[in-house]
Write a protein that binds this ligand. Structure first.
Ligand code: AKG
Ligand code: FE2
Length: 536
């Protein structure tokens, strides 16, 4: 048979051989065409794929060519399988995620079919099956129809997208990701690079190429941590709380850790590809005289001055030396009372929704947005007025810091305002376990946490205090995986803490990336408003 051997890759040669042996009935022109299709697929999809399983492609009853597409039909039609495929399709809008989820579902059903035809399990088997179907479809319209029917049963379009456009899409996606990553400063993308086991200074293209390994990396991190023993991952202030881990097998623990690391790495990625200035505004756009009068040089010194532990009567949080400041009687009590009524109305209207964070048990919250005049108008008046006051704080903090003398050693970051504020409520039984609002700035851009409490009749014994912890160095930090080492080094000192009462009109500000804190269970319903001031 005359063949056009314009390429000499082993994939091509093997395909030609396969083709000659298995399909000697068809004409040379088609043979060339089909061999090219296969070699393109093999070269592109899985470099080095060994097509030596050629021999397996025959079954006692004939060629895979005659059989393969007919077999999975009954299996795919099976109602339980159909139910799970359709559920996945309904729940997952993203095409790639759908395909990723489809793989393992289909694998279970395909397994006996693959075995029967001697196809290897997993991705290789799927590629070989698809190649066979594609080849045969080119000369057998019946098989083509059948293959289309099968794809429809898997909730896929009848025809697979042609390979060149798939490659083009992948390349475009990679370039787009590279360009997004290149906009992030080195100190923002460096930790992501390290978390993906690349050098801190890896190029944006190298990072973009490593992004598909994110899941694998999360798996490695989960294994690494588990290998250090349960006690190093379970407990207050550690990766998992005792309640989450109690009675869980090693496998379940690993899956919880995997979930945790995957979410964390995803956050790191989205933090890298979402430049701060695209969703924030300069603080001066929100400046107000209330905030300027409230914030003093003392305030910014407590926040950003040298964090020395200082013993000051009635200010015991200063003794922790972590960067916390508290201001009392900041807002009009009548406005607070009205805001509480507005919040109660939002709650009645079902707009205050439960937190999904496993650390933040039973808390519920609502976001109030101030991106545009229309959004601002939608917020009830008392809440709006409190929010407008709080939004003036970033500007006031920067002004106060600028007015400090060099001797004060106050270094303020370049603050930005993301104009939305969270109002959150905790009822009896709700609590927030020890956490940080940002882990070294790698998972989000929060820089300062601003809390305003709205609890008029709070008395000692009512609970619901903000518990602020001292910080300690983890001796094991040197063993932590690269990229997470800096974060791993910071541990809450569970023996050193200060409880701050959530008094009406009290404002607490602290450094989101440094301060470990928790919310204790309240006896009565407790409300707080939170503004996170952002920075790179
Ligand atoms: O309400 C508080 O006192 C703190 C809440 C908190 O830590 C958070 O929402 O991250
Ligand atoms: Fe927090």
């Amino acid at each position: 048979m005359a063949m056009r051997r314009h390429r000499s890759s082993s994939g091509f040669a093997l395909c030609v051989q396969y083709f000659e042996e298995a399909h000697s009935g068809i004409g040379p022109a088609e043979a060339c065409l089909n061999a090219d299709i296969i070699s393109a697929e093999v070269d592109v999809r899985e470099p080095g794929l060994d097509l030596n399983c050629r021999g397996h492609w025959r079954t006692p009853g004939g060629h895979l060519a005659d059989k393969a597409p007919k077999c999975p039909e009954a299996a795919y039609a099976e109602p339980v399988f159909q139910g799970s495929i359709r559920k996945l399709r309904a729940e997952v809008a993203d095409e790639l995620k759908f395909l990723t989820g489809l793989g393992p579902l289909a694998a279970a059903v395909q397994a006996p079919v693959f075995e029967r035809f001697g196809l290897p399990r997993g991705q290789r088997g799927v590629i070989l099956m698809k190649l066979a179907i594609r080849l045969i479809s080119t000369w057998n319209p019946e098989v083509k129809t059948l293959a289309g029917d099968l794809r429809e049963m898997l909730c896929l379009p009848r025809e697979e997208e042609d390979i060149t456009s798939t490659i083009k899409k992948a390349e475009d996606g990679l370039m787009q990701l590279e360009s997004q990553i290149s906009k992030a400063p080195l100190d923002v993308r460096g930790p992501l690079a390290e978390a993906l086991l690349l050098p801190y200074k890896a190029s944006p293209l190298e990072i973009a190429k490593a992004v598909p390994r994110l899941h694998k990396r999360a798996e490695e991190l989960a294994e690494h941590h588990l290998a250090r023993g349960r006690e190093s991952v379970v407990g207050e202030g550690k990766l998992l709380r005792a309640e989450e881990a109690d009675g869980a097998s090693d496998e379940q623990l690993k899956s919880k850790l995997l979930d945790l690391f995957e979410r964390y790495l995803q956050k790191m990625l989205s933090r890298v590809i979402t430049p701060l200035d695209t969703f924030t505004k300069p603080p001066e756009a929100f400046g107000c005289s209330w905030a300027q009068q409230l914030v003093s040089r003392g305030t910014v010194t407590e926040l950003w001055g040298p964090c020395l532990a200082r013993q000051v009567p009635d200010k015991d949080w200063l003794g922790l030396g972590v960067g916390v400041t508290v201001l009392d009687d900041t807002v009009d009590a009548a406005v607070v009372a009205k805001a509480r009524m507005e919040l109660a109305a939002l709650e009645d209207a079902g707009q205050v929704t439960p937190s999904k964070d496993p650390c933040n048990v039973g808390a519920r919250s609502v976001w109030l947005h101030f991106e545009s005049p229309e959004e601002t108008q939608q917020t009830p008046p008392a809440l709006r007025s409190l929010c407008e006051q709080l939004l003036g704080l970033p500007d006031a903090l920067l002004r106060a810091a600028a007015s400090c003398s060099p001797n004060d050693s106050v270094v303020a970051p370049r603050l930005r305002v993301h104009p939305h504020i969270m109002a959150a409520t905790y009822r009896h039984g709700a609590e927030y376990h020890c956490h940080k609002d940002s882990y070294s700035g790698t998972d989000n851009q929060r820089m300062v946490t601003v809390l305003l409490y709205l609890n008029d009749d709070w008395r000692p014994g009512d609970g619901g205090e903000l518990r602020v912890y001292g910080d300690k160095l983890d001796e094991d930090a040197a063993q932590a995986p690269e990229g997470l080492r800096k974060e791993a080094a910071s541990m809450p000192d569970m023996d050193r803490f200060v409880d701050i009462a959530p008094l009406s009109g009290r404002i607490v500000m602290f450094r989101s990336r440094d301060v470990w804190h928790a919310v204790r269970q309240p006896r009565e319903q407790r409300w707080a408003m939170t503004l996170w001031i952002m920075a790179d």
